[in-house]
Unconditional design. Structure first.
Length: 413
């Protein structure tokens, strides 16, 4: 049973609306080599300096002809050859054809290319075996992209789909938004560095490690400030130092209501909290606000909650700050539950699930098992969130639920 009071909790939709309404994209840009720009966000439109293709060229291996020279069953002698990178040179006698290869410039005056499969080689020349129309198999100048056209708008992430296109235009450098600087730290006396022996009552600091991995996937510049002990003066100074270095500060832990949870108290002193408690599970204690210079996100201390709130809230925030205008939230699909799901009304629940397509082509989903906020293995075992509505109760086998497949931040592949 979830005994939390839900009247003072805001919904995920309200939190996202507040978060995105208050923030604006970075305005600082830099010009970098195209070969180093994978994952970066375009700061300006990409304008084509050339026509693509830059000249009329052949779409086939075959023969370039003047259509007017062709009559039924007529053969044309071959007057020369045009290759890619080696255009036909010299006089082209009337009543003849030019052997041409794919990508070769169209000889002046040619108005069709006949593919070699529609020709026969005879003693007197080339015989054309199929009807010919003007313009066939000719790629015209600027057919793909015209000079001065906007090829890619600003605000998109550059990847394999875009970079070869830019390269084909001869563009060697691109203007991108500078990388977002994100300072991260964890709070808590119980945290121990990964690889060090655990002392009594200690646990490993997995949250900061997970956050760093996701930030690197989002192409942020990470400033790792380590583990900060439960000391108000030290924590206050850490916030002040982080604020001087970063665009965004992310802490983990200390935003709950325990006696040693100082994060919210100090944020009230050195910044301004926009919202604190969310009507989601896991992840109720999530804080968002503004320091003097940087934005701030306080993640819950439980590892499943920390990753979920990062995924659902920090991910779109980073897209916003980075100027990534084409970022899309996870798509929700419907699926049939094949296992029972426990749920108490009051909070939007993101359970970890395993979804697949059944023999009827429909999505089915089952739970990964125990859904405690400390069961991090549920991310490794799962491939999606099962999203259960705020006021929904238990789910029985066969009921329809919503699912969100993990994106690249959490995918196992």
């Amino acid at each position: 049973m979830d005994h939390c009071h839900t009247s003072d909790l805001i919904s995920l939709e309200q939190a996202l609306e507040k978060l995105l309404a208050q923030t604006v994209p970075l305005t600082n840009t830099e010009t970098i080599s195209l070969t180093e720009s994978a994952g970066r966000i375009t700061a300006t439109d990409i304008i084509s300096p050339i026509n693509v293709p830059p000249f009329d060229n052949s779409a086939m291996d075959g023969y370039a002809i003047h259509v007017a020279d062709l009559s039924d069953h007529q053969t044309l002698p071959v007057a020369g050859k045009a290759l890619a990178g080696a255009p036909f040179q010299g006089e082209w006698p009337a009543g003849s054809c030019i052997r041409i290869m794919t990508g070769a410039p169209i000889p002046s005056g040619a108005d069709a290319v006949v593919m070699q499969e529609q020709t026969e080689v005879t003693e007197t020349g080339i015989r054309f075996t199929s009807p010919v129309t003007q313009g066939q198999n000719i790629r015209t100048v600027g057919e793909d992209i015209t000079q001065d056209a906007v090829v890619l708008p600003k605000g998109i992430k550059l990847s394999t789909a875009q970079l070869p296109l830019i390269a084909s235009l001869g563009i060697a450098k691109v203007n991108v938004v500078r990388k977002l600087k994100v300072a991260i730290f964890s709070t808590g006396d119980e945290l121990q560095a990964i690889g060090e022996p655990l002392q009594a009552g200690q646990i490993y600091d997995t949250n900061r490690f997970a956050v760093r991995l996701m930030l690197e996937k989002l192409d942020c510049e990470v400033i790792d400030l380590g583990v900060i002990r439960d000391d108000p003066a030290t924590l206050r100074q850490t916030f002040i130092n982080a604020d001087k270095q970063a665009d965004l500060v992310i802490s983990s832990g200390g935003v709950s209501v325990g006696e040693a949870d100082y994060t919210k108290q100090i944020l009230d002193e050195v910044g301004k909290i926009s919202f604190w408690k969310l009507a989601i599970k896991p992840g109720k204690p999530f804080a968002f606000g503004k320091l003097e210079n940087a934005w701030f996100c306080g993640l819950p201390g439980n590892p499943v909650s920390a990753v979920l709130t990062f995924y659902q809230l920090v991910q779109p925030l980073i897209a916003r700050l980075s100027g990534f205008t084409t970022w899309q939230p996870p798509m929700r699909l419907t699926a049939k539950a094949t296992t029972p799901l426990k749920k108490s009304a009051g909070r939007l629940d993101f359970q970890r699930g395993i979804a697949a397509i059944n023999e009827n082509g429909e999505f089915e989903v089952k739970t990964t098992g125990h859904q405690g906020s400390h069961i991090f293995s549920s991310y490794s075992a799962g491939n999606c969130f099962i999203v259960l509505e705020r006021e929904r109760g238990h789910v029985v086998v066969g009921e329809t639920v919503h699912i969100e497949f993990f994106n690249h931040l959490l995918q196992n592949q």
